[in-house]
Write a protein that binds this ligand. Sequence first.
Ligand code: SAH
Length: 319
Amino acid sequence: MERLDEFMARANALYYASHDPFADFTTAPEISQAFGEVLGAWAAITWEALGRPDKVILAEAGPGRGTLMADAIRTIARVAPAFHAALRLHLVETSPRLRAIQAAKLPGATWHDRIEDLPPGPIILLANEFLDALPIRQFVLNDGQWTERHVAGGAWVEQSCPPPANLTATAPGLYETLDPALAQHIGDRLRAAPGVALFMDYGPYASGPGDSLQALRDGKFCDPLAEPGSADLTAHVDFAAFARASALPAHGPLAQGKFLTRLGLFARINRLAQTVPPRAALRLTEAGRRLAEPDRMGALFKALALTSPGLPTPAGFEA
Ligand code: SAH
């Protein structure tokens, strides 16, 4: 019998080491190059807000195929050469397969297994669809009694447990938690040196009950407990809990569509569209709408920025 977070960690490590995740799902940077380009521009503005440090870590957690960062760096080289000269590229990735794909696109990067292993100093950290892959625990409150969900032989087993430390819920229901250690670490490092961390992922605006664990295999939802390692396991991100655990100034969560539009997603797409034949221009516009429209990826996906104390509101998050 395993606790859900142990099961999820084991299953996802197997999955990412043995599969091309992008055969099972697609992500924003793979949909449009403009996604990484506007985030590159955002990082350049953020570097200015940090006081233009002459050495800064530009890091990405869970870079997938390296597409977001390659698009971002290309933009940074063009629009902010001083930032380009100052940045040191660090990638957090556990999968050897994906590291090899990233290395082909991002020569000169340094790889780490965990965010905690990044070197100290000023940092701009990006993470798209990273937090949703991290192992969660699930607790059930019923008749005033807490149980924790475990997995045994492909089925759920509930074990009674003391009230979970980081849950204050009193209404019956299922509650999910992420180990607060990562958010606490980010809090500590952004208090020790200036930095901004941007997390983009899907999840609700506010903490609440609900089972959001899901598994994708061959592009279809399947039983998360069956055949560990054969499907991508994710959960919705509780941005509010993550921000709380960091104890940092937090901005958002803000709908992805609003954030990207404020950063000039469509201005960028229109520029790109002018350089290609009409049919390709239509495809570019359609990709931008997929990222930004509320009934598509624009509202379920959100952006959360955590900053060192005393920094201005990051670009795109102004009230
Ligand atoms: N950001 C990319 C990929 C998202 S998929 C994109 O938007 O396309 C999740 C990524 O996080 C993959 O690169 C996966 O290998 C990595 N990952 C998952 N769990 C991880 C962990 N615990 N530590 C480090 N990387 C992890």
